[in-house]
Design a protein around this ligand. Structure first.
Ligand SMILES: [Zn+2]
Length: 85
């Protein structure tokens, strides 16, 4: 069996074609859903506002940006936009 290193927690996990280990994938999806719900109810929320309100670390939100799952209108301190609304 071959292994990959998780891009979030940097632990080894059995290679399955995904970027993150199963634990981080669950947590990641959960945080993504929380963020999406928050932004739905707080249109034009900024990264620090969303982070403060949801408890999701700014690093995680910026990772969503790097992975192009969300978009920031107006740069790093801009408003969060979801692609799938
Ligand atoms: Zn992990």
């Amino acid at each position: 069996m071959s292994y990959d290193i998780c891009g979030i927690c940097e632990r080894f996990y059995p290679k399955d074609g995904k970027d993150y280990c199963p634990d981080c994938r669950d947590k990641d999806q959960n945080e993504f859903n929380i963020l999406r719900d928050y932004v739905k109810q707080n249109y034009n929320a900024k990264v620090f506002e969303a982070s403060n309100a949801t408890g999701i670390p700014i690093n995680t939100i910026m990772r969503f940006v790097r992975e192009r799952r969300i978009h920031l209108t107006g740069g790093d301190s801009g408003s969060i936009t979801f692609r799938d609304k």
